[in-house]
Ligand binder design. Structure first.
Ligand SMILES: CC(=O)N[C@H]1[C@@H](OP(=O)(O)OP(=O)(O)OC[C@H]2O[C@@H](n3ccc(=O)[nH]c3=O)[C@H](O)[C@@H]2O)O[C@H](CO)[C@@H](O)[C@@H]1O
Ligand SMILES: C=C(OP(=O)(O)O)C(=O)O
Length: 430
């Protein structure tokens, strides 16, 4: 297994290119299954293991897909089988996003149940309830959920209990080929929802109001392949903002939509970081004194749960008390005990983490318990005294392209090594 070894204390400088968004490209690849004719060309696709998994899944259900550097070409015009097997679904919960397109196009799907993961139980009843309202009957058998409908799905009004991102995406895709109009109320408003709607519309669909709490989808009889460029990854951008902030270094992020990061930027400004927009790029400028702050994760446009652990890494380095409240996932504090191994002073009370920041972090061997936790531990390592070794990088690889190489190009003292390789001379400088 690979490890990242980082020696803290280096300043960063220069620029870093932000990739296409993982959380936008996965639903877009799934939506490609809606196209009964033509090919889709998806551009600005990040080279991530999650993208490989979803590409495998769409070929497994019968579409043709070929990947070139940063683009994927999909032809779903042939017959599809509608089965998503456990070995792929278990790797990635986003596999559930093929449910909406398959039901919409074929009136059938048989999908392995995804189960929970390190950050929470991740139920899917909002997806199921909405699809049932559109006329689908579900049956659960030995680890699979089978959905069926005779004829087309029926447009309807769906009020979601919670603005679930995945359920909004599944229902938008399902409604695209339904008969009549579907209204999704209390819909998620994340930028990735808007990107999916834009793609469906370029396929000939009619999705109106994406990015607001009320999405209206006028069903059409068929959709065709289309070309689409994926939006920049706001979470990767936010992670690099914190790389600049935690090392007190000015860096430039290239290819960022800063409006997608308004909650993160607002918190970082409160702490003492300034941002200057330069076209599509954003300069991160740390000011002299940082202040602690409190934050609470919320659905967009609130503070994103996917930035909670990285922000916590920064708060451990700031004198004073900060409180982080996680409201989206019940178990997304696994990184706390890893930070504690690095000498951070954090106490947990229900879904609150109280961070008494400012004591020097020390390098340690720590475990990436989930994707963003992995990134957060590397960030903490940039500020720690000595060597930090981050293990279980399969999580990090789901969501970050060449993370250590990008940090190294910015000046970090960082290497990625395989356990079988020699540990000698891994980190090059003193
Ligand atoms: C609102 C939110 O921040 N969603 C995040 C969530 O999207 P993702 O689509 O994975 O999750 P949802 O938005 O659906 O879930 C958010 C919350 O709703 C609950 N839930 C969801 C569906 C359902 O049927 N029943 C149910 O109870 C979940 O358990 C969770 O507590 O994880 C992604 C990866 O970290 C993030 O990019 C998304 O921003
Ligand atoms: C947890 C994440 O992704 P997923 O929902 O695919 O597990 C994430 O992007 O931070």
């Amino acid at each position: 297994m690979d490890r990242i070894i980082v020696k803290g204390g280096r300043k960063l400088s220069g620029s870093v290119e932000i990739e296409g968004a993982k959380n936008a490209v996965l639903p877009i690849l799934a939506a490609s299954l809606l196209a009964g004719e033509g090919r889709s060309i998806i551009k600005n696709v990040p080279e991530l293991s999650d993208v490989n998994t979803l590409t495998k899944l769409i070929t497994r259900v019968g579409a043709k897909a070929s990947a070139e550097k940063n683009s994927v070409v999909i032809d779903a015009s042939g017959e599809l089988n509608c089965v998503a097997p456990y070995e792929l679904v278990s790797k990635m919960r986003a596999s559930m996003l093929v449910m909406g397109p398959l039901l919409s196009r074929y009136g059938y799907c048989n999908i392995a149940m995804p189960g929970g993961c390190a950050i929470g139980s991740r139920p899917i009843e909002q997806h199921i309830k909405g699809l049932e309202k559109m006329g689908v009957s579900f049956e659960q058998t030995a680890g699979y959920i089978e959905g069926k409908i005779e004829g087309r799905l029926q447009g309807t009004k769906i009020h979601m209990d919670f603005p679930s991102v995945g359920a909004t995406q599944n229902l938008m895709m399902a409604a695209s080929l339904a008969e009549g109009t579907t209204h999704i109320e209390n819909a998620a408003m994340e930028p990735e929802i808007v990107d999916l709607a834009n793609y469906i519309n370029s396929m000939g669909g009619r999705v109106i109001g994406a990015g607001t709490g009320h999405v209206k989808i006028i069903g059409v009889e068929k959709l065709h392949g289309a070309e689409h460029t994926v939006i920049p990854d706001r979470i990767e951008a936010g992670t690099f903002m914190i790389a600049g902030a935690i090392t007190r270094s000015e860096i430039l992020l290239k290819n960022v939509v800063i409006e997608h990061l308004s909650a993160v930027v607002a918190k970082l400004e409160e702490i003492g970081i300034r941002f200057v927009e330069e076209g599509n790029d954003v300069r991160v400028i740390p000011l002299e004194d940082y202040k602690p702050t409190d934050l609470k994760t919320m659905p967009h446009p609130g503070f994103p749960t996917d930035m909670q652990s990285q922000m916590m890494a920064l708060l451990t380095t700031i004198d004073g008390t900060s409180i982080v409240t996680e409201t989206i996932f019940e178990n997304r504090f696994m990184h706390v005990r890893e930070f504690a191994a690095m000498n951070a002073n954090i106490s947990l009370e229900d879904n609150h983490a109280v961070i008494r920041g400012g004591s020097q972090l020390y390098g340690a061997t720590v475990r990436a318990s989930d994707l963003r936790a992995g990134a957060a531990l590397v960030l903490a390592g940039l500020a720690a005294d000595g060597y930090t070794t981050v293990t279980e990088l399969q999580h990090l690889d789901r969501g970050y392209v060449r993370f250590h190489e990008k940090l190294k190009a910015l000046g970090a003292d960082i290497e990625r090594v395989n356990d079988s390789a020699s540990d000698k001379h891994l980190v090059t400088s003193e």
